[in-house]
Design a protein around this ligand. Structure first.
Ligand code: GLN
Length: 307
């Protein structure tokens, strides 16, 4: 087991070594507000099961969590609804871009998994039906778990997403035409764009995700998920959390992980903690170049992968 000093020194080393890899990536430019983010940012944070929080670089700077949010919505839906979700969304890797239209049509409006955009829209639709307020339910949860009452939507990013959201609208309308959406398309999209625009820091996110490393137990000791449900979410993160790069991510990092086009990645170290990285420059599949590099180096150095 690495000591406290070692963990802090390790994160400092990884920040220094991995941050330059951002030069090989490009910020997401299909959402104008994300294109404006400085690609030189790099943050890394580790929240451990014993309540410690380590960080290096820009680990306290809030960023747009984008699709990292989808790991949390899957947890909130499974916690309320259990297995019935899987009638409306699959759990196989997509092998296609996260916003593919053609795959959804071939598969008759049943998204391949909950982490591609179409699948995430199903999660939101279901959470809307179950709670009446998908975004509000998620925000309350993130505030409680992170201990940061200021966690909120960045309205500028949300507006930018909404005005450039034609592809997500197409996915939602197509699913509605297949009878796989219970709420109005506009409502689902509004909650989706705001959810993707939630801003948290690496430190906030690492704390908020701890239930995934702790077999479904929340920060206050209450149970969100059964042990088995927590296992299943981590499994889907491993196989689908980084879209059509999930195979490469598993090969390099060896951990369940969920990425977002804001450049964040949350990785689960079962029974140890949550490691979160942020660097906005992405590879062509939409995953943070320096972020994956840092996670690869972390598990290589520590041996803390699931394999
Ligand atoms: N808001 C982004 C979108 O809808 C989320 C995608 C992502 O983070 N992979 O395209």
């Amino acid at each position: 087991m690495l000591g406290v000093m070692d963990l802090q020194a390790l994160l400092d080393d990884l920040a220094a070594e991995a941050a330059p890899f951002a030069a090989h990536g490009k910020v997401a430019d299909y959402i104008p507000a994300l294109a404006a983010v400085d690609p030189a940012h790099f943050g890394i944070a580790l929240a451990t099961m014993d309540g410690q929080l380590y960080g290096s670089g820009d680990w306290q700077t809030p960023f747009s969590i984008q699709s990292v949010s989808k790991a949390f919505s899957l947890a909130l839906v499974l916690a309320r609804d259990g297995e019935s979700l899987w009638r409306r969304v699959g759990r196989e890797p997509s092998g296609s871009a996260f916003n593919s239209l053609v795959q959804l049509e071939y598969e008759k409006g049943i998204p391949r998994n909950p982490f591609i955009n179409a699948g995430a829209l199903i999660l939101i639709d279901r959470l809307l039906s179950l709670s009446g307020d998908s975004l509000g339910t998620l925000r309350t949860f993130l505030r409680a778990e992170s201990g940061n009452a200021n966690v909120d939507v960045d309205p500028e990013v949300a507006a930018s997403e909404a005005s450039h959201g034609h592809r997500n609208a197409a996915l939602a309308h197509f699913m509605a035409s297949c009878g796989n959406l219970g709420n109005p398309v506009e409502t689902v999209l509004d909650h989706y764009f705001r959810q993707c625009s939630l801003t948290l820091s690496c430190g906030d996110l690492a704390k908020a995700g701890l239930f995934l490393a702790n077999h479904g137990l929340r920060a206050d000791g209450s149970r969100l998920l059964t042990r088995s449900e927590a296992k299943r979410i981590n499994s889907v993160m491993l196989t689908c959390g980084t879209y059509d790069a999930a195979g490469d991510f598993a090969y390099r990092v060896g951990l369940p992980g969920k990425s977002g086009v804001g450049g964040g990645i949350l990785a689960v170290l079962p029974e140890r903690g949550i490691l979160c990285v942020w660097s906005p420059a992405l590879d062509p599949k939409g995953n943070s170049v320096a972020g994956v590099e840092a996670l690869d180096r972390f598990t290589t150095r520590t041996g803390w992968s699931i394999f």
